[in-house]
Design a protein. Structure first.
Length: 137
């Protein structure tokens, strides 16, 4: 996709950009704030690091998706204003889950998906000429 079509004619084809949030329209032109996404995608994200350097825990934190086995969302108010008998057990499980997910990279997930014959597509960032694998469910 040529970014020029969505920006004012006075701007260069590949303007300087900034990232605002996540999702398809998060790449914005520094000058005018217009959408400057170099490609369109569905159900995906633009990676800021190589997939070998990106853990599943990093992704979960980036999309602000909580993993919490506690009933109180970690606030320690499971039993009114105090924590329940098993609160520390579930909080420790949260820590173990994130410890495990920190050790699993996106590259490992993609390799596993390929081995299990899931569909994997590559998305090309036209500005950098790089491709990144993306798993399609």
């Amino acid at each position: 996709m040529n970014v020029r079509t969505s920006l004012p004619a006075t701007l260069p084809e590949w303007p300087e950009t900034r990232l605002e949030g996540i999702g398809q329209e998060s790449v914005r032109c520094v000058n005018c704030g217009a959408d400057a996404t170099p490609y369109k995608f569905t159900n995906g994200y633009t990676l800021a690091r190589k997939s070998e350097e990106l853990s599943v825990a990093d992704i979960i934190r980036a999309v602000d998706e909580p993993i919490d086995a506690t009933q109180c969302a970690g606030k320690e108010n499971c039993r009114g204003e105090r924590k329940c008998l098993t609160h520390d057990l579930w909080a420790s499980l949260n820590d173990k889950i994130f410890e495990y997910l920190n050790g699993v990279t996106l590259a490992q997930l993609v390799a596993k998906a390929l081995a299990e014959e899931h569909q994997v597509v590559e998305i090309k960032d036209q500005r950098r000429g790089q491709t990144e694998p993306a798993v399609s469910a």
